[in-house]
Design a protein around this ligand. Structure first.
Ligand SMILES: Cc1cc2nc3c(=O)[nH]c(=O)nc-3n(C[C@H](O)[C@H](O)[C@H](O)COP(=O)(O)O)c2cc1C
Length: 186
């Protein structure tokens, strides 16, 4: 129980010209200040998950990876007031692997900073028995929001990331113990 919490960061955008590596890169650097997490990255651009939801070798290894995780963060953009289709497939591809685990969101986009996508995602994750963390990090007009080094201009986002990660760690620790002592009834 003293081992670091296994965190998987899911990068949602799969567009070839995507901005996701800038936001995701900054967030992964931020995580270095949080040794309570042992972090992996599931980049959906490099994780082939069939929209038909058929089982492939990569699907099996994806599920195995999710099963070992104690917590998740989704880094997501917003398209037409929703989240990317790749992310829906990623959620639908697994089932028990998500249950009784916490998830937090880092979003970016145009005017809304991806917040509409995040509010929709809260409905999805509730259905698959996850707990969504209250605090979020969001970047509106994201492409103007980062400097040459890939760091955000908005210090509030940096503070929000710290609060979000502390809340995520609390849920991850609490639910890891709870799952071990009393298996989740679902
Ligand atoms: C098809 C499409 C729809 C978009 N719709 C929205 C939107 O509804 N709200 C918003 O804030 N930004 C919207 N945007 C802007 C994206 O959020 C922005 O381009 C972001 O960088 C996309 O992430 P990505 O480059 O990592 O794929 C849209 C972009 C695309 C390509």
């Amino acid at each position: 129980m003293d081992t670091p919490l296994r965190l998987e960061v899911i990068i949602a955008s799969v567009r070839p010209e995507r901005f996701a590596p800038v936001v995701g890169g900054w967030f992964l650097r931020t995580l270095r200040a949080h040794p309570e997490f042992d972090t992996g990255v599931v980049d959906l651009a490099h994780t082939s998950l069939p929209v038909e939801l058929t089982e492939t070798e990569q699907v099996v290894s994806y599920r195995t990876r999710l099963r070992a995780a104690d917590a998740f963060v989704v880094v997501t953009s917003e398209y037409n007031h929703g989240y990317p289709a790749s992310l829906k497939t990623a959620f639908d591809t697994a089932k028990y692997e998500w249950r009784a685990k916490p998830i937090a969101f880092v979003s970016y986009g145009g005017l809304s900073g991806g917040l509409r996508a995040v509010e929709q995602l809260r409905q999805i994750v509730a259905e698959i028995h996850m707990v969504s963390v209250r605090e979020t990090v969001s970047f509106h007009q994201a492409k103007k929001g980062f400097d040459e080094a890939g760091d955000p201009h908005d210090r509030a986002a940096v503070d929000a990331a710290d609060r979000m990660l502390r809340q995520l760690a609390w849920w991850a620790r609490t639910l890891r113990v709870a799952r071990a002592v009393d298996p989740y009834p679902g």
